[in-house]
Design a protein around this ligand. Structure first.
Ligand code: SF4
Ligand code: SF4
Length: 188
């Protein structure tokens, strides 16, 4: 148990969709926009460091505008949680297209010293009740992890480009202009 499988079953407590801020990559944003036909400005918001816990100040995905920093997140409210949480069923309304981060929660990857796959466990310090009455294969989880790693690298490249711009009129939302044009072209 651990290398090939990990004991876990989601019981849809809703905690991760209600109480946790979801930080998508631009690839997640594009996939959601293309499949829901929504403009990302409808479901994306940007948090300053004072508005979000658990993101290191040195995280490379902070957008820097003047003296302020912003990080891209799925829109949420304190009362209803994530923008995509169905308020009748409390299930994710974009389940097939949800961000990779949502798919990897609450799994924790362990790698060998050579940075190859070792096994998965469940994160201890998260609010997930961590029910263990199910069995998940770890191979698809590791594939997701590798995909997310590549997406994070692309994300950092985009953020670096944005942070290097000298446009005084930049807003956090204008970060979306670096990659959402593709969606508009698809729609047109
Ligand atoms: S996108 Fe779906 S799975 Fe992810 S936090 Fe929102 S409602 Fe939950
Ligand atoms: S917190 Fe855990 S049990 Fe609850 S919805 Fe999220 S993954 Fe499922």
């Amino acid at each position: 148990m651990g290398k090939y499988t990990v004991k876990f079953k989601c019981h849809h407590s809703g905690h991760c969709c209600r109480d946790v801020v979801c930080l998508p990559t631009p690839w997640d944003v594009l996939r959601i926009a293309m499949n829901t036909k929504r403009d990302p400005r409808e479901f994306i918001e940007f948090f300053t460091p004072d508005e979000i816990d658990g993101v290191s100040k040195s995280d490379p995905t902070w957008l820097i505008i003047g003296k302020e920093r912003y990080i891209m997140a799925l829109f949420r409210t304190a009362e209803e949680g994530c923008f995509f949480l169905d308020q009748d069923t409390f299930y994710c309304s974009i389940y097939k297209h949800r961000p990779i981060l949502c798919r990897l929660y609450p799994f924790k990857l362990h790698e060998t010293k050579e940075e190859t796959f070792s096994h998965f466990t469940l994160h201890k310090n998260v609010g997930c009740p961590r029910f263990r009455d199910g069995i998940m294969d770890t191979a698809p989880l590791y594939e997701l992890y590798l995909q997310d790693k590549m997406h994070q690298e692309d994300y950092v490249t985009l953020v670096d480009s944005f942070n290097a711009l000298e446009d005084a009129d930049r807003t956090p939302e204008s970060f979306l202009d670096l990659f959402v044009e593709v969606v508009h072209e698809e729609k047109g």
